[in-house]
Design a protein around this ligand. Structure first.
Ligand code: AMP
Length: 217
């Protein structure tokens, strides 16, 4: 199965991705994670992307599309059991280019899963979000704190707060989302591929809905 995960920052796409990885064994391809890896490795791509990411703005389409095209065409794991794209596409241009790439490699998308969430929930989630530097596991200082402070329960890695999870950047990211990414939802709706999930719900409720959705499809 090939999916894209859509929704505002903090709607729960990362949590949804973890559920799908566990239950459907899909490969998780996150453009945000790919950029953070490039930044950690201080590559040219990473240094260029950082300028946009730190401000909460979108990295230009050409850069993102090239990166995702390489991933989809060169990663052998991607062709087998299926995958989910998390954080991509974020503009209609990216969605159109993705369709062109997938047509060429004969791997059409099955669904776009759209997580909705209300602004107060988003701000609360992103403000308290913590991420494991090593395995990417997600925590929250109040809702899901790690057993040991700053240490990942899964792998013992260091837990950190993303630089772009601060209040000013969260607002920019929300504006960017409304102006650029919201229309992508209609793009997939018009293709009959859109499925909506309520991201305000707790993750076990989302998981139950998700399982039912794929059972009934
Ligand atoms: P995320 O981890 O998905 O929240 O992404 C973090 C940041 O990476 C975003 O705020 C953007 O600056 C950048 N980014 C990730 N994916 C994309 C994309 N598809 N298009 C443009 N910028 C992106």
């Amino acid at each position: 199965m090939r999916l894209v995960l859509l929704g505002p920052p903090g709607a729960g796409k990362g949590t949804l991705a973890a559920l799908l990885k566990e239950s459907l064994k899909l490969v998780h391809i996150s453009t945000g994670d790919m950029f953070r890896e490039e930044i950690r490795n201080k590559t040219q791509l990473g240094c260029g992307a950082k300028l946009y990411i730190d401000k909460g703005e979108l990295v230009p389409d050409e850069i993102v599309i090239q990166m995702i095209e390489q991933q989809l065409t060169n990663n052998s794991a991607v062709g087998h059991g299926g995958y989910m794209l998390d954080g991509f596409p974020r503009t209609c241009k990216q969605a159109e280019d993705l369709d062109r790439i997938l047509e060429r490699i004969q791997q059409p998308l099955d669904y776009a899963l759209y997580m909705t969430a209300t602004l107060p929930i988003i701000v609360q989630r992103l403000g308290g979000r913590r991420v494991c530097r090593k395995c990417g596991a997600l925590f929250h200082i109040r809702n899901k704190p790690p057993l040991k402070e700053n240490v990942c329960d899964n792998c013992g890695g260091e837990i950190y707060k993303r630089a772009d999870d601060n209040e000013a950047t969260i607002h920019t990211r929300m504006n960017v989302y409304v102006n650029n990414t919201q229309p992508v939802k209609d793009y997939y709706k018009n293709q009959g591929k859109l499925k909506e999930l309520d991201g305000d719900k707790e993750s076990d409720e989302v998981q139950a809905i998700l399982m039912k959705m794929f059972r009934d499809k």
